[in-house]
Design a protein around this ligand. Structure first.
Ligand code: DX5
Ligand code: ZN
Length: 216
């Protein structure tokens, strides 16, 4: 099975975003992954609405927006208006996750839920049928270029079992430390979408890097 690839713009050249997005437009990437960090949920701050809107103007790929922010519920409409196609919130940041997921879907976006490395997939038992995507963080969120956490494979297998048992059609996405060496193994563990920041933007030819992650 071929994986979808979502290059993470966090590793792009922020002084030349339009140029870097152009390279992704010309590639076989399936989404453009955009990381929103608030400096509270994670110890880093990335970008806000004006930058996201500018990204949307340049991108021909659907925007896969990963919110690493507290209280995401209050910004759902604004992320829709800024161009998000997929909106993913963190389980750890949502007291009323069911309400937030419904809100995202009512706004016409695909709804994703992300889990930090220490959060077991079993906490999703009563929401797995309502989400369009489960994002397994394979590093601690906040920064690009970190080392993949090996324990993630066991977690992915448990997630596959949950999906099968529940009949959920949710896509599985991994984010953090994805590279040419582990991409195939991740796909063999049921991953549908590979997020890759430094592996794509650190490569001399980004389109080739996307193909290589897809195993082509
Ligand atoms: C980290 C972000 C990732 C990051 C991944 O918190 O969610 O999307 O850009 O970067 P790499 O692929 O370099 O680990
Ligand atoms: Zn991300």
């Amino acid at each position: 099975m071929e994986a979808k690839v979502a290059p993470s713009l966090l590793s792009a050249d922020f002084g030349n975003l339009a140029r870097d997005i152009e390279e992704i437009n010309a590639s076989k990437a399936d989404y453009l992954h955009v990381d929103i960090m608030d400096g509270v949920f994670v110890p880093n701050i990335s970008m806000g609405f004006p930058v996201l809107k500018a990204i949307k103007k340049s991108s021909q790929k659907p925007l896969d927006v990963h919110l690493m922010i507290v209280n995401p519920d209050q910004y759902v409409e604004r992320f829709r208006d800024a161009g998000a196609a997929v909106l993913t919130v963190h389980y750890e940041a949502c007291t009323h996750l069911h309400r937030t997921i419904s809100h995202i879907k009512d706004c016409g976006m695909l709804a994703g839920v992300a889990l930090n490395p220490h959060t077991p997939v079993e906490v999703l038992a009563d929401i797995i049928q309502d989400v369009d995507l489960v994002l397994i963080m394979t590093v601690n969120p906040g920064y690009g270029g970190q080392k993949f956490i090996e324990h993630s494979y066991a977690k992915l297998l448990r997630l596959q079992k949950m999906l099968k048992d529940s009949g959920s059609k949710a896509m599985v996405e991994v984010d953090g430390g994805v590279n040419f060496d582990n991409a195939e193994k991740l796909v063999n563990h049921g991953v549908n979408v590979l997020v890759a920041g430094s592996t794509v933007f650190g490569a001399p030819n980004r389109a080739e890097a996307v193909l290589k992650l897809k195993g082509e």
